[in-house]
Design a protein around this ligand. Sequence first.
Ligand code: GLP
Length: 232
Amino acid sequence: MPSQTDLPQSHDFQYISDLAASMIVDLVTSKPDACIALPTGHTPIAMYASLVRLSRERQTDWSSVLCFALDDYLDAPASATFEAFLAQHILDPLQIPDANRFSPVRIDGYDSLIEASGGLDLTILGIGLNGHIAFNEPGTPAASYTHCVWLTESTRLANRDAFATLDEVPHTGITMGIATIQASRKILLLAQGEKKKAIVEQAFKGPITAQVPASLLQNHSDLHLMCDFWVR
Ligand code: GLP
């Protein structure tokens, strides 16, 4: 079981987002050339806003941090890509140099590049309602590296908001694999809202199974589960 960071009884997701942002700023302060893997989705938006605010307050230098997108679509218009999302919410506000922004869509040998960069110091994750992490859908083996995927209907529906119609939601993506993520020295998994409670409990209190990809992280030695509900 990962550590569930001690929270006050009145915790809310802003508190959790601030806490995550503070852990990230501490990492960048202690290691200015840290390698960090970044998620998309609704969940990290408040954390990114908090990270930008805190970095400005503390004058954190992000100029040498290497930022790796966890995943992206392969068949989305440019404005709907995760690259665009990350640029808007975090990379542009923190003025991350173009040379330090990496996406699996643009790079052959993503895992080799990560390894050559010293390995991921931190991976920040959300979780899908079907237990996916990044775009690792149910059934993805633990020994998977960066690979292309067909998205499930559950994942397409979860990402529906960014598109005019469900038909426009992409069917294919590329993602870091489970082994890529497992190799990260630290992992923060954020989950918001009661609708994520059942899958989080299944992933972290249930059996380790590729059918619930997040459960494959149970044995990671530095996994922090940060959510606005209690996992029993
Ligand atoms: C997408 C992303 C995942 C993310 C998930 C959950 O599928 N590829 O990395 O964890 O959405 O998103 P949300 O935070 O909107 O629930």
